[in-house]
Write a protein that binds this ligand. Structure first.
Ligand SMILES: [Zn+2]
Length: 103
């Protein structure tokens, strides 16, 4: 039949249109640390990353539970959120779902 197809052609590694095999890999695959970070170096780096005491705790004026200063109280927020969701499920009126600003 066709003698050119019967003979095994040598496998070509080069892909036409590709300059280098590095073009196949995305660049983030090649971002690898150059040297191993030893246990001592790692411990020295993380020595100042320990947990620190919170100094900005206050009591919520609404419910009295401790919360971070200048943050929303999680206890009050969960109760308000539960109430809003119950209202949405019960009422279904989109105009009345606007949350009321808290003081
Ligand atoms: Zn609260």
């Amino acid at each position: 039949m066709m003698p050119a197809l019967a003979a095994p052609r040598p496998f070509a590694w080069a892909i036409p249109g590709l300059q280098s095999l590095l073009e196949l890999f995305p660049p983030f695959l090649l971002a690898v640390p150059k040297k191993k970070v030893s246990h001592s170096r790692k411990a020295m780096r993380s020595a100042n990353k320990g947990l620190k005491d919170k100094r900005n705790l206050v009591h919520c004026p609404g419910c009295g539970s401790p919360k971070l200063a200048h943050h929303l109280c999680s206890n009050c927020y969960s109760s308000l959120n539960r109430a809003w969701k119950a209202k949405v499920r019960g009422g279904g009126n989109s105009e009345s779902n606007v949350p009321v600003a808290l003081d």
